[in-house]
Structure formats: C-alpha cells, structure tokens
Write a protein that binds this ligand. Structure first.
Ligand code: SDX
Length: 449
C-alpha cells in the first residue's frame, strides 16, 4: 500500500454515531482512474466497529497499478493499454512483460524475456512421477493444484523472494512451466506419452505441440489457430482483484512461497462461479441441446427457487458486455471457420440464447451480459480440448496476472498479512454441560442417514 499523503484529496466523509454523538472523519483517497476510496484503516481503533461486506461488493482490498476495469462502460486496461488493442496488436509474452514490469518492452528486452521464458519451460523430471499418483480420470485441475504446489518442493533456490532475483526467477518459472504442466495433465488423462517442450516454438504453439502432438507423426498446426490460442491467453491474463487473485494475494501476505500461492489461486479458479464457468457453459449448452428448449432454461434462470444460472452470464464488476467476450466471440467464429466447424449446433444454441437473454427484461434489469467464459469454450472445443481442460487453459493464461499481483504486493513497502474480522452471531459464553444434562436431540437423525 503506497503512502497516500500525496493522493489524499482534501475531501473526507464524516461518520456520526447517533448513540454517542461522536463523529469520525474518514479521508477520501483518489485513484488515477475509477472510484475514490474511503480510508477506513483507523475505523476499528477509533470506533470499536468493523465494516461489514461479505463478498467484498464495496471493498477495495488493496491498491494496484496493474489492471483497471470500468464495469459500467465495459472497459478493461492492463497498465493503461486497452484489451482490444493488446488482443489485436500484441502477443501473450509481451503482455506478460507488461503486467510484470509496467511498460511494453523494447525489442531487445522483448527478445530477452522470450528467451528466459523459453529456457524455463521444462519441469524437474522427478515431477513426472507425481502424475503417476493420480487416477487417469482425475480432473486436470486437481492435477494442476497438486503439481504446481509441488513446484515449491523442487525450487528451493527461488523461494527467498525478498531477493529480487529469486522473486523474478519464480515469476519466470511459473509463467514458463504452466503450459508444460497443463499439457502433461491432458496427456496423462488420455494415456498418451508426455511431450517435452521445444525451444524453437512460440509460447502458444509450444503448448499446442505438447498437448496434441504424438511421437508417431509430424505436428502441423495453422498459424491462425496458434494466434487464436495466444489471444485466448491474453484475454485471460489478469482481471483486477477477482476471487482467485485475491486468494493468491491473501496466501502471499503470510509469506507463503509463490508456487504454493499460485496453487491456491488454481484451487479458487476451479469453482463454477469463477473460472470453472467455461466448462459449465458447454455442459449447460449440451443440456439445453436445442434452440426450442431455450425458453424453458431462461425461465429456470429467472426462477429464484431454482439454483440454475445461465453460466457465462453475469459478472460482479461488468454491468455491460465484458470486453473480453466481444473479442472471444470474434475469435470463436474465426477458429470455427478455420477448422470448418461453423455448423456446431451448440454455437447456434449459444447465439440464440444470447439474443433472447439480451432482450429479456430480467437480464436487462439485472445487467446480466455474456462474460469471458460464454464463448471461450467454443474455441477450446473446436481445438479438441475436452471440457475438463477448459479451466486449465484459463489458469495457464491467468498465471501471469496472479504472479504479477503477488509481486506487486511483495514489493509494496507497507505489505501486511491479510486478516479480515467478522460479525459474530454465535453463542455467547456458556458453561460446560455434563453428559446427563444435555438435550436428547441428535444430528444423526438427518446426517449420514
Ligand atoms: C469469471 O471477478 C472476475 O473478474 C472474474 C473473471 C476473471 O477474469 O477473473 O471475470 C472470470 O469468473 C467470470 C464469471 C464466470 N461465472 C459465471 O458465468 C457463472 C454465472 N454467473 C453468476 O454466478 C454471477 O453472475 C457471478 C458469480 C459471476 C456474479 O455474481 P454476483 O456479482 O455475486 O451477483 P449475484 O450472484 O448477487 O447476482 C445478482 C442478481 C441475483 O438476483 P437477485 O438476488 O438480485 O434477485 O443477478 C442474478 C442473481 O440471481 N444473477 C443471475 C446470474 N448471475 C446473477 N441470474 C441468472 N443467471 C446468471 N448467470
């Protein structure tokens, strides 16, 4: 957290306690873009009260200079550069450099960065045995959590991250090794041999090579598909303080090593409300099956008593079209065209579902638009990935965001361990009861029946 003297505007909010007649001034801190914040760091000390915000709908957990989102306007910028520009003009490793270091690289630095990442793509051979411990049908995200967490057992020389060199080695290793680990998770699940990375391939092409090549045949892939894969990673690179990034920051605030922190981010991303939604979208579309069934599912999505939600729709921040979904939709059409799969019946269901939802009063009123996950599955399905691999690809793209946010937190001179408080609604103090005096009610008449 930066020192705010220079940012504090003269403005402040005054809290008035009606019971005690006391008032408290809360300084307002202005960012370079987006909403101002109320500095409540002294609130508990001065008032004896906490703020209450489950799900952090109105809470800034940190300050950051990496990514800016305007949810109402549907704007996403990384270090000031709009996502549409980066997706059309940049490449994933250049975006990685931008997120890590704050500016676009010079041609020399760009090549050096690419060389560093390329030379860290292999994983320790002992790690190969870790895969053998999983059942073949293990979900690839379970393998990712395990193998990435295990990296901290192999890289003792880059876990003292107070040393800038070790910190950067850890960042580079994670960005470089995620595609290798993800591709191996896929190969393991289909019983094919692992394919080692090749230094003469680009980041995205190397990943596709490790995933889809087999020792018995030459690997060929269209440059358009490689570009679509690279763009997919750019669109997933970072997204402010989302659930998995906040998990990485909280884990890192205790001083846990970066490999364990990224493993915690992968675990959080897996949830269907977050990165697991891309897998859930395709499963939902398969369940809907045909455009004639859409009205029934729209009705279910609107029914408060029905847990069904339109996966790939809605967002905590975007109350407009997710700018990544726009690019992803265009990319999906390009990939389906390139692979001659444009007649995918699920695409027809998705396009009609989007059209109907965007005209429906419920979705309009609640500002529910397609998010990054609604169309991404079409690209991955067309490329041949099973739905179980979809969130693995999200994790590969997001690793640079996680590690950049972790690095920003570690390098902040006022970095503190994250320790939220609570509103306690439990039992007040009571004495121990002897067994004979306890109530007869039992949990076993409903639990473990
Ligand atoms: C990602 O945070 C990020 O930046 C995440 C992400 C990233 O890059 O890191 O962008 C990636 O996680 C994208 C989101 C992927 N998840 C989904 O597509 C799952 C479906 N979406 C929802 O579960 C939901 O929209 C969330 C979880 C994304 C957002 O939920 P919020 O902000 O907590 O909003 P909410 O659940 O309080 O919903 C507000 C209202 C509710 O109705 P009311 O109680 O006000 O009557 O909208 C309704 C909800 O019932 N609603 C939906 C809905 N999403 C919200 N109704 C039907 N279908 C939906 N998809």
């Amino acid at each position: 957290m930066a020192d705010y003297e220079d940012n504090k505007q003269k403005n402040s909010f005054t809290l008035f306690n009606n019971e005690t007649g006391k008032s408290y001034d809360l300084p307002v801190i202005k960012g370079t873009d987006g909403p101002d914040v109320l500095d409540i760091r002294k609130l508990y000390q001065e008032t004896g009260m906490f703020t209450y915000d489950p799900g952090f709908t109105s809470t800034a957990s940190c300050d950051s200079s990496i990514t800016y989102i305007d949810g109402n306007e549907g704007i996403l910028r990384h270090r000031g550069y709009d996502i549409h520009e980066l997706a059309s003009k940049s490449e994933f490793l250049e975006v990685c450099y931008l997120l890590l270091h704050g500016d676009l690289p010079s041609p020399e630095d760009k090549q050096k960065f690419k060389d560093v990442i390329t030379n860290h793509t292999m994983i320790h051979e002992q790690l190969v045995h870790l895969y053998r411990g999983f059942r073949r049908d293990a979900h690839p995200m379970a393998i990712m959590v395990g193998v990435v967490g295990a990296l901290s057992a192999f890289y003792h020389d880059s876990t003292d991250f107070s040393d800038v060199n070790q910190r950067m080695i850890a960042c580079h290793r994670l960005i470089a090794k995620m595609p290798t680990i993800g591709a191996m998770a896929y190969k393991y699940s289909i019983g094919q041999p692992f394919v080692y990375p090749k230094n003469d391939l680009s980041y995205a092409e190397n990943f596709l090579y490790m995933t889809f090549s087999v020792p018995t045949a030459e690997f060929k892939i269209s440059p358009k598909i490689v570009k679509a894969m690279d763009r997919f990673f750019i669109l997933h690179a970072d997204h402010e303080q989302n659930a998995s990034t906040s998990t990485v920051r909280l884990a890192g605030s205790s001083g846990a090593n970066p490999f364990a922190c990224i493993a915690s981010g992968i675990a959080s991303l897996w949830g269907p409300a977050h990165g697991g939604a891309n897998e859930a979208v395709i499963k939902m579309l398969e369940e809907i099956g045909d455009v004639k069934n859409i009205p029934e599912y729209i009705k279910k999505a609107k029914n408060k008593n029905d847990p069904f939600r339109l996966m790939g729709f809605g967002h905590r921040v975007y109350k407009n079209y997710d700018p990544r979904a726009t690019v992803m939709k265009e990319s999906a059409h390009e990939v389906l065209e390139e692979l001659n799969k444009h007649d995918d019946p699920l695409l027809k269901v998705a396009l009609e579902l989007e059209r109907i939802a965007l005209e429906d009063e419920y979705f309009i009123q609640k500002k529910l638009f397609p998010n990054v996950d609604f169309y991404s599955g079409f690209i991955l399905k067309a490329l041949g990935f099973p739905t179980s691999m979809f969130t693995v690809l999200f994790a590969i793209g997001r690793t640079v965001g996680w590690i950049s946010q972790w690095k920003e937190m570690i390098e902040d001179p006022i970095n503190k361990i994250g320790r939220p408080r609570q509103l306690y609604l439990g039992k007040t103090a009571r004495e121990y009861q002897q067994e004979s005096t306890r109530e007869k009610k039992s949990i076993f008449n409903w639990l473990w029946k």
